[in-house]
Design a protein. Structure first.
Length: 473
């Protein structure tokens, strides 16, 4: 039986113990006034100009529980950003809070570098139990710095050292973090422009993005052409690309616009990389741990990676990242990758509690069911609103590409992306009590990453808010 944490309750008499969805109904009738708060003004004055989320989501939050957050003005929101997918169990889930409290009460050293503890050992055993048995039997794990980007950096070092090669293959539209090495793998040119746009040693490949096919083909043709291109690149002795140290991919491009790779494409990619002796690095920082309806996204295609990069949900809302890889690649020497905060005991305790709860409550299966319900409802909205070009994704990782139905079309005859409409839709959703993010080409894709504990009733509320917000366009 799915256990959901208690809903947010206000202690003041004006709200009492009212159902949060009833509270949000009022925001549908009377959208929130998102007038700035002094906290936001001080943030704007003192924080770096590199900050991102507060520019489009101008909220100062004071509490959260489950899929809900409340701001300092007492306004309630459904959180479908959820720490960019970090909060698999939502905010302050009881099993996570209890794990953290127990660790503090036990007086375990909170900072241990890579020295082991009972908490760390339990975390590793729990994680390996979730991996495919054949992969887990021979796997090794490297604890990294707090972010997924550091785990990507570690993965790149790992394959370069193991193979003795330097070139890397990555995909157009990919996102793997914002550190220097990870940034070189990014498809988006914007963040790289200020650094000279350097992509030293990285060859970019066409991703099977059928709606905006890089080949001008239909879905099947796009997938086939992408695979043929990769196959020929690795086989052609005059192709101009040295044999790579590894190929890095997401199986659903998140920041790139919620673009899922077809399962057969994934299987063929695994066949090609194995045949060419190129380690396959799968970045599951955002897709891992039930998000797509399976524990890991690669399981949909029935394949196994050589290197698996994990972060976000793995720490139960606290910073943690790891790389899990095949034993044959374990050729680096002591100190080849290190980091002061790779011994975060609270994150390991919270992570163990989260991973066990995901498995015990069958939340991957629940995410598949809730994702299917949400996807069907969004497709219904698409039938009503011509400004929705495509609905896509998997499980509870979904996106809607916004287009201009009255404007120009691309070579495939599809309306062009409408980033200004996406920004307006995001704002309209926020005014009605729904936090969502944008991504994809030109920032035209509305992204949905709700906690995996979301219920049918809450899914329906999300769709109702999006539907009402679409009317404002």
């Amino acid at each position: 039986m799915l256990s959901t944490p208690p809903l947010i309750r206000r202690t003041d008499a004006s709200v009492g113990t009212q159902d949060p969805l009833s509270r949000l109904q009022r925001a549908l009738l009377q959208p929130y006034d998102l007038t700035g708060h002094p906290l936001l003004e001080r943030q704007s004055a003192r924080e770096s100009s590199a900050r991102t989320y507060p520019r489009r989501i101008p909220l100062a939050l004071r509490r959260g529980r489950g899929i809900y957050v409340e701001d300092v003005a007492g306004r309630l929101f459904i959180d479908c950003l959820a720490g960019a997918g970090t909060l698999a169990l939502g905010h302050n889930h009881p099993v996570v809070v209890e794990a953290i409290r127990r660790t503090l009460d036990d007086e375990l050293p909170l900072h241990t570098l890579d020295l082991t503890t009972p908490v760390k050992d339990e975390f590793v055993e729990t994680l390996f139990e979730l991996l495919p048995p054949r992969f887990a039997r021979d796997a090794r794990i490297q604890f990294c710095g707090p972010t997924g980007a550091d785990a990507i950096e570690a993965a790149l070092k790992l394959v370069k050292i193991a193979t003795g090669r330097q070139t890397l293959l990555a995909f157009q539209g990919g996102y793997h973090g914002m550190t220097q090495g990870a940034l070189q793998l990014m498809g988006n040119l914007g963040p790289k422009a200020a650094l000279g746009g350097a992509v030293s040693g990285v060859q970019f490949l066409p991703y099977p993005y059928a709606f905006r096919s890089p080949f001008g083909l239909d879905a099947a043709g796009t997938s086939a052409a992408s695979l043929h291109y990769i196959d020929q690149l690795l086989a052609d002795p005059e192709g101009g690309v040295p044999r790579p140290a590894g190929l890095v991919t997401e199986l659903i491009q998140g920041e790139g616009g919620v673009i899922p790779a077809p399962d057969d494409w994934t299987r063929q990619l695994r066949r090609i990389t194995e045949g060419a002796d190129v380690p396959l690095i799968i970045d599951e920082v955002q897709t891992g741990f039930g998000r797509t309806g399976r524990m890991f996204a690669f399981e949909h295609a029935g394949i196994e990676p050589d290197v698996l990069v994990l972060s976000k949900a793995i720490g139960g809302s606290l910073p943690l990242s790891v790389v899990v890889y095949r034993g044959r690649l374990d050729r680096w020497t002591p100190g080849a990758h290190a980091g002061t905060f790779r011994g975060n005991q609270l994150a390991m305790a919270a992570g163990t509690a989260t991973l066990r709860h995901l498995q015990q409550e069958q939340l991957a299966e629940h995410a598949a069911a809730m994702g299917a319900r949400l996807n069907r409802a969004l497709l219904e909205l698409q039938r009503v609103h011509s400004g929705i070009g495509e609905v896509r994704g998997r499980g509870l990782m979904l996106g809607m590409e916004l287009v201009d139905p009255a404007g120009a079309t691309d070579p495939l005859g599809r309306p062009l992306a409408a980033p200004e409409r996406a920004v307006r839709l995001q704002r309209a959703c926020l005014e009605r009590g729904l936090i969502v993010e944008l991504g994809g080409r030109h920032g035209s894709v509305l992204r949905l990453l709700p906690p995996l504990i979301i219920t049918e009733r809450e899914v329906d509320a999300v769709v109702e808010i999006i539907g009402e917000s679409m009317k404002t366009l």
